[in-house]
Each structure stands twice: as structure tokens, then as C-alpha cells.
Design a protein around this ligand. Sequence first.
Ligand code: 9GP
Length: 841
Amino acid sequence: FSPSGFKTKDEFEACITDVGNSGLRAEDLITGRMRPACRDHIGKIPIQLAAYSGTALAFRDRLIIDWNKTQQRQTFDDQKRIYYLSLEFLMGRTLDNAMLNVGLKKVAKEGLDDLGFRIEDVINQEHDAALGNGGLGRLAACFLDSLASLNYPAWGYGLRYRYGIFKQDIENGYQVEIPDYWLDFNPWEFARHDVTVDVQFYGWVNKHTDDDGKQVVSWQDGELVTAVAYDVPIPGYGTSTVNNLRLWSSKASSGEFDFSKFNSGDYESAVADQQRAETISAVLYPNDNLERGKELRLKQQYFWCAASLHDIVRRFKKTQRKWSEFPDQVAIQLNDTHPTLAIVELQRILIDKEGLEWDVAWGIVTKTFGYTNHTVLPEALEKWSVPLFQNLLPRHLQIIYDINLFFLQGVERRFPKDREMLGRVSIIEESQPKMVRMAYLAIVGSHKVNGVAELHSDLIKTTIFKDFVKIYGPDKFTNVTNGITPRRWLHQANPRLSELIASKLGGYDFLKDLTLLNKLEPFVDDKDFKKEWAEIKYANKVRLAQHILKTTGVSVNPKALFDVQVKRIHEYKRQQLNIFGVIRRYLTIKALKPEERKKVLPRVSIFGGKAAPGYWMAKTIIHLINKVGEVVNNDPDVGDLLKVIFIEDYNVSKAEIITPASDISEHISTAGTEASGTSNMKFVLNGGLIIGTLDGANIEITREIGEQNVFLFGNLSEDVEDLRHNHFYGESHVDPELAKVFDTIKAGTFGDEGAFSALIAAIAEHGDYYLVSDDFHSYCSTQDLIDESYKNQDEWLSKSILSVARMGFFTSDRCINEYADSIWNIEPLQVKDEDEVRART
Ligand code: 9GP
């Protein structure tokens, strides 16, 4: 535990706790009024880290007071609560957000200034809480912010991974994964050793009839693992509401199981048990839109669902209400299929433990759950093998079979002539081995199913869940278009822009009601306003250019057009299309005479994102981007006209620097593959324009901000299947411009051409599943159009301002209100006036 100079993490934490318990205020860490023992230790902490610790603990103290009040108020009011179950919460850093949300950032800045610290340096000490892969996890984090800001009684439930998403290093152009141990000093969590749940795995099921003739089912033996709660306060913006995010950590059970092993002298296996138990919450699976069916993952899912359900039921039982009132008090939202086992677990609790009849219990279950689908990609839809289930969760498998049986009986009654439908909709897939289809289970066990953008919600109804629409009718299926929190993604990431907007709108109310942004429209022709708008963008680009220089050694011109694509690397997101376009641009520049080059608009192509460690094609794309960068960035013919940058280890805090600096960002997935996308919203909210396909939320963004403000290209989703079919059965061809790009790669211009052959073959020989060649021409001509448009800066600025003014719809506050009204049926809590109105910086 070297960074702090403490010998162990425990020693450091003990010291911090000591300060907390000693009656000293957390700020004393900075001012030095601390116990001598601690002073010795603190002296060894790098001074910036000490300043961070002090500031974080000062804010934490404040949050705790409001957190306690909120929890008491929620218990006292006894309203219906929403529980948001998500295996991922991509929170990023907390301190800055906490300062802004409680409205005391100015005060903190002045205090730190007085002590000789720059607030930015202090904020930068914090390790990102990276408990997520990408959009799904970040959406969950935005939702928590909105739930608290809107005063909804809400809890998040997740896993406290010891290792979040890996840290990405680039070595020789290749991605290298480094473990992300983020818990070295985390002042934002509270270990609740008083809140534990024993979770059972394996074992066998005993069914017998009791003396009253009633069938009793019990799940026996197996292994117990203890879930320990860690609570994280989630402050709302401009309100005193502080909600709770409860993350579970696994440890060996202290039950008789382990003791029996110890007592019999079997120390080794007792220790192995302990390690096995701790492994459950050790690591976040680093896959985005990809499921691999690993046993440990299923264990994680059940561990987290069982602990969370136990907690929710325990809280409900304290109210002494009847079981029939459970859905009036509890709404549970399943963020993707990962928490689907919660459905089965609640049914098990109700029938096996509480003795309810099957139908009564099932009625309660289905009224309680809602399910959000985030993808139609087949490789991302979860399925678990029946033998795996049978071994790990034997009682749950029986219940799933019963759920399926009753469901199929109902289907058969309604559609007696359609025998094939039974096979198509069965929760159990009759494959070898049999598989449990989690999405189907989630649909059958929920009262509402929603997609995350209009096109996506339509697609699930007409493709993967078509039969279920026939069975349940269309009303069960709905849409809630995603959103983002403007507090983090505008106010925190782009404080100058937020301040400029506030100066025109007469305050920061737009952060609570984003539709107020439309009051910016009249300023679209205001010269002074436009000048300031442009200056802010430029300053943000300078900041990013500094970051690029520091991290890559490449100097980029902030006056160039910054073209950004930052997101997980995936073939369907088509970073390969982007880099092939960059190569074409490079070839075009090279072919120009020196005097012609003077007319070329300089561009910086910026990439960032992680590839799943086992996703070889995605890793090849990263490799190609870096190799192209090495050549282009050092080519004297090109100079400033083109730079290609790969930003290592893209994460939330880097997104906060990159997003405000973009002129154009790329959202170029094959139509019909990106469920929504949310970075598209972040970029536009920060005054960047977008190039995109008619996919996911791009469509609604276009509708809101106007077609003239978006650069759209490419085939439509309804044509994708036919095009794919043609690739296989018709004449295959590669776009001639793209063929030139391939020739350049094959000629070894970017190093060993063999390294990239699979990337080319996927398009030229293996059916071009993602339609890269089909869309290449339209992509390139749209990029040319962007060059032309950017040259007219005045018009570009008007587009930028108008777009921001029309982004009100995409706040996550709107989403949460929609979920609350149409799915959860919950109301916000009344917060007293004096608590609600907070100073806003
Ligand atoms: O791929 C989708 C992305 O388009 C969407 O914005 C995000 C949040 O809804 O979810 C992603 N889906 C997944 O990560 C896996 O289902």
C-alpha cells in the first residue's frame, strides 16, 4: 500500500476513521489539527491526496446528515419505493458531483484556495468508480442522480466489485489490460457489517407432505456465502434528498458450514471456501453487449438478487402489511436481464417461505417487476444452460419449469392452432444442452417491458419479442427513450458553458428543467453571445489538446476540427468504418499538390474506448487505429492537416474532458443495432454536432433539433436484412474507395498487413455483416460535407446553439418521470421548502 506511505490499507483507514471519531472535523486533516499518531501518518500522504481526503470527508459529513434525514422521512412516509437493480453502476468520480449537488463548490474552492490548493488538482485525486462497462452502467448512474434530484424514494442495488472495469494501457499499438483496484481509499462508501444476508448455492431440494397434508418444499445443504452491504449516498441536485445505493460484497459465511470444516481440522478447504466466496464479488465481467455463460457470472447474479430481495422483503415485513399490498409498496426495475433471477427468488420466498399459493404469489410477482431491454444483438441476449442451473440453483430451476409450464398452458389455450409458437416462446430452449432464455423469463415475470429509444422499442416488438406481443397485447410493451443528467454532463463537465447559459436564462433552473434551454433560441443571432460560445468551445479544445499532449506526446492544433468517437469498441459501433474513412482522407491529402493542401481543413480524429479482453476483432481495430496514427502523425506531407489520436483508458472522468471539446462526434452503428446510445446526447448538449446513422436515439435527436443540424448517412434499418442476404447470395463487391483503403493496408503502409487481414476479410469475404462497405460512400461524402460546413463558422455556431436549445427532452429527469408514471406508479416525496431550496453555484 505504497502511495500513501501507510504500511497497509487498514492502517490508513483506521487513521481516517480515527479522525472521524475523535470529534475533530474532517477539514482538520488539512489544517493539521489532528492526533499526533495520525499526523505521523498524514505527513506521509502526498499532500494533494490529503487535501482530497479532507475535502471528501467534509462533504461526506454533510451528506450523512441529509442521508439520515431522507431515510427517516422515507420510512415515516411509508410511500411506495422503487428499487433499481443493476449489475453495473458507472459512477465516475463523486466529489465534484457532491459539491455541485449540495451547492457548495464555490465555498470549497475558496477554502482550498486559501490553503494553497487548486480545486481541479484536488478533484483529480479521486479514482473513478468504474463498476460498469459502458452505456448501460452509465445510464444507471444518471438515473440515480435523477431519482434523488426529483425526490423519488429510491434505492439502487448492485455489486461491490473489488476490481472495476480494467484499466487500458496501449503498448505497441495493442490494448493491454491492467486490474483496476479502485478501493485504495474510497470515502464514499459505508461498510454495514450489521446488514448481512446468507445466500445459498448448490444443494438439493426436499419435497414432502406435512402433518396437515400440505406440500412442503425445502432447499437443503449446499454452500452459504454471506453478502455484506456497503452503502453509498446519492445526493440530489438542489434538494436535501440523499438516496441510497447498496452494493453487496461477498465473504465466507460465518454459519456452521465453515465451522464444521475448521473443527474437523480441514483448514485448507476452509480457506479455499473463503477465497471462493470472496471471488463472487471480486470482478466486473468486462463485456459490453456480449454474454459468455460463465458459472461465476450466474453466481454473481443470484448472490446479488437474493441479497437484494431479502433486504427488500425484510423492509416490507417491518410495515406489517398484508402480502397483497407488496406491489403497492415495492416496484423493482430490472436493468437488462442480469437481475431476472429476482423474479424467481421472490416467487420462491412467497411460496416456499411465506406459504402463499402459487397463483397469489405469481400475481404479486408480476405486478412488482418491470424489465428494460437494452439490446437486440443475439450475442448479448442471456441464456444459461439447464445443467448449470440444476447444479447451482436446483430449486430455482424447478420454479422456472413451473413458471414455463403455466405460461405455455395459457399460450396453448389462446393459440390452439399454432403448435410451433410453444417452442418459439418457451422459456426453456430445446437445444443441446437445454438453455434458460432469460429475456423470455423477464417478460413473463414483469408487468411492463420497455425499450430505450423509439426505434429500438419498435424493433423489439417486431423482431425478438414479436410472439410475446401477440400473447400479451401491445400495451405490455412500451418505450422510454434514454436520457442523461445535465448536472454531470453539462454543469460539471462544461462549467463555463453552463455559466453562459445561466447568464442568459437568469439562473440555473434549466439544470432542473432542461426544457428551459429553448429560451436560448433567440440568442442564435446574437453576435456577442456567439463569440462567447465559440470561445468556450475553443478553451475546451485547448484543455483536451493539453491532455492529449501529456498522455500521448502528440501535439494537436486546437483550431482544427475535432472529430471524436469515444465508446466501447465493437464491430457494430463501426470504429472500423471511421478509421477506414481516416485512411481515405490520408490518401486524399497525400495525392494533393502542396498548394492544394492549403485549402484542406485540418482535422484531429480522436478515438477512445475499451475492447472486451476476449474480443479479438475489437482489439484489432484498436491496433489499426494506433498504427495509422503512428504513420499519419509523423508524415511531414500531412503536418497539422490530419492527426489520429487514441486516448488510452477512456472512462467517465475522461469523458468529462473530451465531450465538451468535440466539434463533431460519430454515432455510426449499423442501423438497427444500437439500442439508443447516450453519448450522442452528451455531445449535442455540449454544443458539438453529430454524424450518425438512422439508429437508436439519433433519430429522436434529429427530430428534436432539426435535420439541418445533424449529419445523417447510411442505409436504413428496414433494408439491413435484405442487404445482408444479398452479400451472401448476390454479387459481392467492395466499394471502390474502400478497396483502395484495403490495398493501402495490404501494402504494409501501417505495418504488418497480416495483423489486419481479418478486419478486411470480414468485409470483403465474409458477408460484411455490419454493412461497412454499403455505407462507406455515403459516410465519406457526409464527412466531406462536414468539412465544407465547418468552414462557415457562423453557420456552424448557429447549428450548435440551436441544437443545445432543443435538447431539453434528453434529460434523465424526463425518463425517470416517465418510468415513475407509466411503469412504477410512484410519487416523489414531499420535501420541506427550507430543505429543497439550496444555494446553487
Ligand atoms: O447498447 C446499448 C446502448 O445503445 C444503450 O444506450 C445502453 C443504455 O440503454 O444500453 C446498451 N446495452 C447494453 O450495454 C447491453 O444490453
